[in-house]
Design a protein around this ligand. Structure first.
Ligand code: ZN
Length: 278
């Protein structure tokens, strides 16, 4: 099942049609896409049984599928190839930081480039559907509403400024958290723990890997994060990026104002992000 944000309203996508959640449920569920997570289990049960067929829709009208998460976790150094290119030893634990929620945007967003070196990082993004506190690996997927594609856009100068890196700031400029184009429930995926993932910048393939190559897989991340913080319904987790970021290329390559970034994950689709100068 695919769930999306169409012009600010929650919809279920069926083929090329969109079912408006509030209207089809006769007001039982609110139009606000973020409100669905308050009782995701009830929403999902209803959504799977409604026979509404919906209407054709314009993909250009899609917004962030999870537009206002209370918490956004992000994981660094979670693929061996990226750990190697970034110079981290293999025994490092995953680096945890936040992308402040004001950075979250949807598909087809035009990101205004700040000064500095803006880099791409395609990532599988997980949305929490049921509060998770001290959850085991085996129970982890039961707390996940679905997955989407994300870009952990990163301005490398701010990120690496000072003696202690400023990951959370350097990755939270406006528009630095593109997500979408929709949320996909894990039963729609051939193998939720092994999905092809990659991105291309202005037609050139930059990253290509599989999510099965994560050092700490999705259940392990849920177990480790929820051992400390309760993960709340509607929270997002950016699960780390494979190798192939511009900061580690020789010569380095950063995003320019005329670039188009297309991110792809098997079974979800593609997320397109454009850029403009300030
Ligand atoms: Zn990242």
């Amino acid at each position: 099942m695919r769930i999306a944000n169409l012009n600010g309203r929650a919809v279920i996508l069926r083929g090329d049609r969109a079912v408006d959640v509030e209207r089809a449920s006769e007001g039982r569920f609110n139009a606000d896409p973020q409100s669905l997570f308050a009782d995701w289990a009830a929403f999902e049960t209803w959504a799977r049984t409604t026979d509404a067929t919906g209407e054709p829709f314009d993909e250009a009208q899609l917004g962030a599928p999870v537009p206002a998460p209370r918490q956004v976790f992000a994981i660094g150094i979670n693929y061996t190839a990226h750990a190697e290119e970034a110079g981290y030893p293999p025994e490092s634990v995953p680096v945890t930081f936040t992308k402040f929620p004001s950075s979250i945007v949807g598909p087809n967003h035009v990101v205004e480039l700040p000064e500095g070196n803006v880099d791409w990082e395609v990532e599988l993004v997980v949305a929490i559907g049921a509060e998770a506190h001290r959850v085991s690996r085996d129970d982890a997927w039961n707390h996940i509403a679905g997955v989407t594609i994300g870009q952990d856009l990163s301005e490398r100068l701010v990120q690496m400024q000072g003696t202690s890196p400023q990951f959370s700031l350097g990755k939270s400029f406006p528009g630095f958290g593109p997500t979408g184009p929709w949320l996909v429930t894990s039963d729609d995926l051939a193998d939720r723990d092994d999905l092809a993932i990659g991105c291309a910048l202005s037609g050139q393939q930059m990253q290509g890997s599989r999510t099965s190559l994560m050092i700490y897989d999705v259940p392990e991340l849920i177990a480790r994060l929820s051992a400390v913080c309760p993960l709340l319904p509607g929270d997002l987790i950016f699960t780390g990026t494979p190798g192939g970021v511009g900061n580690r290329m020789s010569p380095q390559r950063f995003i320019r104002a005329d670039d188009v970034l297309v991110s792809e994950i098997e079974g979800i689709g593609t997320l397109t992000t454009q850029f403009t100068s300030r």
